[in-house]
Ligand binder design. Structure first.
Ligand code: DAT
Ligand code: MG
Length: 137
């Protein structure tokens, strides 16, 4: 079984969509092996997104991610990384397919409701950034 790391971002959490997103996660057959609500500091958001530190949107992205509470999760399923990215849809909600979470809950390319790891190496880094082994039993 593969694990991936997911976030219900501050826009979706503030809008009250966390319950609906979790319901979709369970309906699609993921096992939720870790879950907590966090309010990231700017520095914590910068550390999480360090791969994007040279991108022009880095300041905007880390301001947004530290603008309110979010929900961080570890999801487990067969092919969890691709399965979760398929359920999220394209980065830009305007380009996301019908039925995807970003289409339904995202409002702009920056405020796009959810995060998901893009590869096994990033999933390992991202899970370890937020969860200890004891939290994933
Ligand atoms: P994804 O979250 O689909 O993996 P990414 O890794 O390319 O996308 O970018 C990380 C986040 O940064 C993305 O969810 C939203 C934000 N972002 C990406 N491109 C952006 C842009 N052109 N302008 C503003 N924010 C952007
Ligand atoms: Mg990414």
């Amino acid at each position: 079984m593969e694990q991936t790391f997911a976030i219900i971002k501050p826009d979706a959490f503030a809008a009250g969509h966390a319950g609906k997103i979790l319901a979709r996660i369970y309906a699609e057959g993921f096992k939720v092996v870790g879950l907590k609500k966090l309010y990231l500091s700017k520095v914590e958001a910068e550390g999480f997104y360090y791969v994007h530190k040279e991108r022009p949107f880095f300041g905007e992205l880390t301001d947004f991610m530290s603008s309110g509470p979010c929900v961080v999760m570890v999801l487990e399923a067969e092919g969890a990384i691709k399965k979760w990215r398929d359920l999220m849809g394209a980065t830009n909600p305007a380009e996301a397919a019908e039925g995807t979470l970003r289409k339904e809950f995202g409002t702009s390319i920056g405020e796009n409701a959810t995060h998901g790891s893009d590869a096994p190496e990033t999933a390992a880094f991202e899970i370890g950034y937020f969860f200890s082994g004891l939290e994933l039993l």
